[in-house]
Design a protein around this ligand. Structure first.
Ligand code: AMP
Length: 190
């Protein structure tokens, strides 16, 4: 089974690259951000709770996202593998994910981290905000907070996977195809 964590700050291109990876490797894609936005759209209790954090660019509580991921894994028992996009976002998430996967004997194969300079992230997110209408992509203060949260709470997750020899860093600048080809080479080497 191929289980990939696709990692990186907001605007690094995780969603775009996930689409290409799932097509080539026939994996199931879990984006916690997409799942949460669907919950908000459906006006579920979980969505309403999550929205309070998402509107400020803060992380939604561990309890919400870990439970969500566990349910999705349970619902996809016959998958060839998973791609985790936007999760884990804290070291506690990474520990919880390992527990869930090791219990099922399907460990993480590798963590691919997309590296993109901050200025480029901000301009990509503002552009995406214009196109998609996503509120948290339209306000520079919220964007800056999301990048700050990434640096403080999410970046340490790199150490967690580096210690397991699973961390692969890829420069996420250039054409979508160029970046994908680097990702595919890293996956094929697994
Ligand atoms: P994203 O679509 O990954 O950029 O996520 C958008 C927002 O959803 C984030 O700013 C967080 O508020 C929330 N979110 C998404 N994934 C997670 C996660 N794994 N843990 C906590 N909050 C999350």
């Amino acid at each position: 089974m191929l289980n990939i964590v696709l990692f990186g700050p907001p605007g690094a291109g995780k969603g775009t690259q996930s689409e290409l990876i799932i097509k080539k490797y026939d994996l199931v894609h879990f984006s916690t951000g997409d799942i949460l936005r669907a919950e908000i759209k459906a006006q579920s209790a979980l969505g309403l709770k999550a929205k309070q954090f998402m509107d400020k660019g803060e992380l939604v509580t561990d309890e919400i996202v870990i439970g969500m991921i566990e349910n999705k894994i349970e619902q996809n028992k016959n998958a060839k593998g998973f791609i985790f996009d936007g999760f884990p976002r804290t070291s506690a998430h990474a520990v919880a994910l390992d527990k869930i996967l090791i219990n099922r004997n399907i460990p993480i194969s590798g963590m691919i981290a997309l590296e993109v300079p901050k200025d480029e992230l901000i301009s990509r997110l503002l552009l995406r905000g214009k196109d998609s209408g996503r509120a948290d992509d339209q306000d520079q203060t919220i964007i800056e907070n999301r990048i700050k949260v990434y640096n403080n709470e999410t970046a340490p997750v790199i150490d967690y996977y580096a210690k397991q020899n699973k961390y692969i860093s890829i420069l996420g600048v250039g054409s979508i195809e160029e970046i994908f080809s680097k990702i595919a080479s890293a996956i094929d080497a697994k």
